[in-house]
Design a protein around this ligand. Structure first.
Ligand SMILES: *[C@@H]1O[C@H](CO)[C@@H](O)[C@H](O)[C@H]1NC(C)=O
Ligand SMILES: *[C@@H]1O[C@H](CO)[C@@H](O)[C@H](O)[C@H]1NC(C)=O
Ligand SMILES: *[C@@H]1O[C@H](CO)[C@@H](O)[C@H](O)[C@H]1NC(C)=O
Ligand SMILES: *[C@@H]1O[C@H](CO)[C@@H](O)[C@H](O)[C@H]1NC(C)=O
Ligand SMILES: *[C@@H]1O[C@H](CO)[C@@H](O)[C@H](O)[C@H]1NC(C)=O
Ligand SMILES: *[C@@H]1O[C@H](CO)[C@@H](O)[C@H](O)[C@H]1NC(C)=O
Ligand SMILES: *[C@@H]1O[C@H](CO)[C@@H](O)[C@H](O)[C@H]1NC(C)=O
Ligand SMILES: *[C@@H]1O[C@H](CO)[C@@H](O)[C@H](O)[C@H]1NC(C)=O
Ligand SMILES: *[C@@H]1O[C@H](CO)[C@@H](O)[C@H](O)[C@H]1NC(C)=O
Ligand SMILES: *[C@@H]1O[C@H](CO)[C@@H](O)[C@H](O)[C@H]1NC(C)=O
Ligand SMILES: *[C@@H]1O[C@H](CO)[C@@H](O)[C@H](O)[C@H]1NC(C)=O
Length: 719
């Protein structure tokens, strides 16, 4: 059953273990046998890595498919693409789920558009995406929006979309049924990709779906910035339908395109069937093309841009579809706004794709393309497909990475409940309580942190030391304990420190006092009953202080010893009564380990990190106030299993204690909110170790495997 990771075996530190899957399954067997329960427990479908937002992957490597606004824990397979869509709950901590108005819901509408997540609060709300391939490689990110009168107000909002700290686009919808898709090819500089919706005062932002695809080799390149999709056209389409996954391995969406004076040509023989090509173009798109009806005319088309400062990259894709005779040639060149563009004398190869693109970005208020045959070409030009991307300069640098790391650790250290999402300083405004320096396009720095009256507990976070540009720090009116750390005096730009109204102890570091006396620092330390200013502390230390401390601490030790002896005696009695009335003892124990729902929210940092799902519900990572890591399993509202099974599992785990079993820390039962808190096993999933799926660890030897089997059997026997 469970193998636990205390340092008994050489490998155990690495092979901490298990489980969600093995776990839920075993419980179900236990329950049905021992308690003859009819409920079937935890038919876990998937086991998820412990890293945040790293999901089990679909057919497309690195793909993330989020249907924004569906209930948490919900997922489904899209019939058209065969891709699995999940809820956005693990990717954002704010917003409200809404269904679109039934007037706009139809069976033909893509399921992901029938619901939205709306953001009535906060000027900006950010999704955090973390594709497994990490940073420095190209991703396609697609955000879709359809209003569908979800709020019954019939007012189409307008808002801005950001990628990281930089503007991506404005979202403007013409009417309630207008579907707007924004797509960008983006190579993030960090593993976390933020997609932010910014309220510009023209109605509440919302979003319908969010998709991420990984481009294995980045065929699409820019000198700088990212590429926002302007057009992606399937020329000569005979079906008049869009093409996407599975026809397109990257799930690019191709729109049908035909021109008035052109005819379409097609072949039934697949293109690039024997060769892996750079752009992985879908055969369905490349087997159709357009050519001018007048075989001596050119292929002309233009795009009205309006703004001549915008820059574009254009990709034209060609493949010969006709088997040419000896005396036939197809040979053509391209011009843009009258100037030669791309390569001269293009001769497409039969059933092989070829892409022509510009190395330098092009611009103009109009992009007028003309493809014309060369002098001795016997056949007219063709065009199979085309893509146009607009360059999005990523001018604004994100917040200094050290500050980001520092403030992120402070956030998780104190389980800060503010709406802290995306980059700490940008876009638009910093996180609540933060002030950042304005360095133009350079990385902003955090210069002020105000966590006054924020319910902080525990010691002063050492990560504050990483905010090296900090000038102002307000931690007043909290419940902070421990010492006022010496490192605060090494924050060289600090000019104001307010820790008034806490429970700090020890003495104020002399350097802080010195700086305050020199007028370099505004220091407020009042209302900390156990905190000494230096003069008094020295006195105490030199005289009675240590003696008093010694006496007090020995008294404390004696008292503790008495308490332990007394409680051991009590426990013996309790053990006896367990024989008589297990129910009674159980209730008592349960009461001690009962948590309020609000505490669960705080422990899991508002259910931020999902580590697994099962039939029972979702399992979250959590952190207790004492710093111990836990796994919190919440009973989902939609779960068929009810209170009885929930109690059975809690009761069962309360009874059983064994080295090889994960123990129960506590439970929560408040109305319909039910959850169990387990000891956290950091090592991940045993299955991965056994199967060797995780290549970052060395494979287990047979001896280790045998030991796991023995441990599992011991854990089993303990029940
Ligand atoms: C949306 O509709 C589905 C049923 O189609 C329902 O289960 C769900 O609760 C609704 N969501 C909201 C937020 O009303
Ligand atoms: C909504 O706007 C789209 C895009 O402008 C347009 O194609 C469509 O006809 C409009 N629908 C209605 C009902 O006005
Ligand atoms: C393909 O082209 C031929 C003519 O070459 C035409 O008869 C046929 O209808 C086209 N196929 C489709 C699916 O349109
Ligand atoms: C075909 O195009 C050529 C060159 O543009 C033009 O001279 C000729 O008149 C056109 N023929 C027809 C039938 O339109
Ligand atoms: C090409 O050759 C074929 C016979 O192989 C002939 O029928 C046709 O007219 C020729 N076309 C040209 C443009 O010379
Ligand atoms: C294509 O046409 C150009 C210009 O007429 C010529 O220089 C080139 O050799 C031709 N290429 C082929 C493969 O016929
Ligand atoms: C086209 O012209 C080029 C030279 O201008 C010549 O090398 C080539 O063979 C010609 N192609 C045909 C099919 O006549
Ligand atoms: C810090 O935040 C509190 C409220 O959270 C506010 O009352 C206080 O004025 C702020 N301090 C400064 C210096 O802005
Ligand atoms: C201190 O914080 C509590 C809540 O944590 C708040 O009710 C109280 O008003 C705060 N006092 C001051 C002086 O800010
Ligand atoms: C934070 O500061 C400490 C002390 O200087 C340093 O050891 C640590 O590497 C820093 N952490 C980060 C993430 O910069
Ligand atoms: C420190 O914080 C307390 C409580 O929030 C506040 O009353 C006091 O004015 C602050 N002191 C300074 C110097 O800002």
């Amino acid at each position: 059953m469970f193998v636990e990771c205390r340092g008994t075996y050489a490998w155990s530190s690495k092979v901490c273990l298990i489980f969600l899957q093995v776990f839920a399954l075993t419980i179900s067997m236990e329950e049905s046998v021992a308690l003859a329960s009819d409920g079937v427990f935890g038919d876990s479908e998937s086991v998820i890595n412990h890293k945040p937002a790293r999901r089990k992957l679909d057919d497309i490597a690195g793909s993330i498919n989020i249907d924004c606004g569906i209930p948490e824990d919900f997922k489904y397979i899209d019939a058209k693409t065969g891709l699995q869509y999940t809820s956005d709950a693990g990717f954002i901590s704010s917003g409200i789920n809404k269904n679109i108005s039934s007037k706009f819901s139809s069976t033909t509408l893509h399921k992901s558009l029938t619901n939205v997540r709306r953001f009535p609060q906060g000027k900006r709300n950010c999704y955090t995406l973390r594709p497994p391939e990490g940073h420095g490689t190209m991703y396609l990110i697609r955000a879709s929006f359809m209003y569908g009168n979800y709020d019954e107000l019939n007012q189409v909002p307008q808002f801005d979309l950001y990628i990281g700290v930089n503007m991506w686009d404005s979202v403007k919808l013409d009417n309630a049924s207008h579907l707007v898709m924004k797509e960008i090819l983006h190579a993030p500089s960090d593993d976390d990709i933020y997609v932010c919706l910014v309220n510009i005062g023209c109605g509440e932002p919302f979003i319908s779906s969010l998709e991420v695809r990984h481009f294995h080799d980045s065929s699409y390149r820019t000198e700088s910035g990212s590429l926002a999709l302007y057009r992606r056209l399937d020329a000569g389409s005979t079906t008049n339908e869009i093409v996407r996954f599975k026809d397109d391995a990257y799930d690019r969406i191709w729109f049908p395109y035909n021109l008035p004076d052109c005819e379409s040509l097609n072949t039934t023989v697949p293109i690039d069937s024997h060769a892996e090509t750079e752009y992985k173009l879908p055969s369905k798109v490349m087997t159709t093309a357009i050519r001018p009806m007048n075989s001596s005319a050119s292929l002309d088309f233009d795009f009205y841009i309006g703004d001549s400062t915008l820059e574009f990259y254009v990709y034209m894709h060609f493949a010969e579809l006709e088997a040419l005779q000896e005396n036939q040639t197809r040979n053509f060149s391209i011009t843009l706004n009258g100037n030669p563009w791309g390569e001269a004398n293009i001769v497409p190869k039969y059933l092989h794709s070829r892409t022509v693109n510009n190395k330098q970005p092009v611009r103009g208020s109009k992009l007028k393309f003309s493809i014309h045959k060369t002098l001795n070409s016997s056949l007219p030009p063709i065009l199979n497909a085309m893509e146009i991307y607009m360059v999005k300069g990523l001018l604004q640098a994100p917040t200094c990475q050290e500050d980001v790391n520092g403030i992120s650790r402070i956030k998780s250290f104190y389980l800060v409940e503010k709406n802290w999402q995306g980059d700490p300083c940008a876009p638009v405004q910093p996180w609540d309580g933060l002030t950042c320096s304005n360095n133009g396009y350079e990385s902003p720095r955090i210069i002020s942190l105000n966590l006054s009256s924020s319910g902080l507990r525990g010691k002063i976070s050492p990560s504050l030391f990483n905010l090296t540009a900090l000038q102002f720090l307000d931690l007043s009116n909290n419940s902070l304990t421990g010492e006022l750390p010496e490192f605060l005096s090494r924050l060289s730009f600090l000019t104001a420190l307010n820790v008034t109204g806490n429970k700090l102890s020890g003495s104020v570091p002399p350097d802080l006092i010195a700086r305050s006396e020199k007028g370099l620092l505004s220091l407020s330390v009042a209302n900390n009953p156990d905190l000494c200013t230096s003069a008094q502390c020295k006195e105490n230390k030199n005289s009675v202080g240590p003696i008093v401390a010694a006496v007090v601490s020995s008294l404390v030790i004696i008292f503790l010893a008495l308490v332990i002896i007394w409680s051991l005696k009590r426990r013996k009695k309790a053990t006896k009564s367990l024989v008589r009335s297990p129910e009674e003892t159980w209730s008592l124990k349960m009461e001690n380990q009962r948590f309020r729902y609000s505490e669960i929210v705080s422990i899991t940092n508002n259910f931020q990190t999902v580590i697994g799902t099962g039939g029972f519900g979702t399992v979250y990572h959590g952190c207790m106030l004492n710093g111990a890591q836990v796994a919190v399993k919440m009973l989902s509202q939609s779960s068929k299993q009810g209170i009885k099974e929930f109690r059975n599992e809690a009761r069962f785990l309360m009874r059983v204690h064994h080295r090889n079993l994960a123990s129960l820390v506590g439970y929560c039962h408040e109305g319909t909110d039910m959850g169990l808190i387990y000891e956290y096993m950091a090592g991940g999933n045993l299955q991965n170790y056994l199967s060797g799926a995780d290549i970052s660890t060395s494979p287990l030897s047979w001896r280790e495997r045998l030991q796991i089997a023995v441990d599992a059997a011991q854990g089993e026997k303990a029940n």
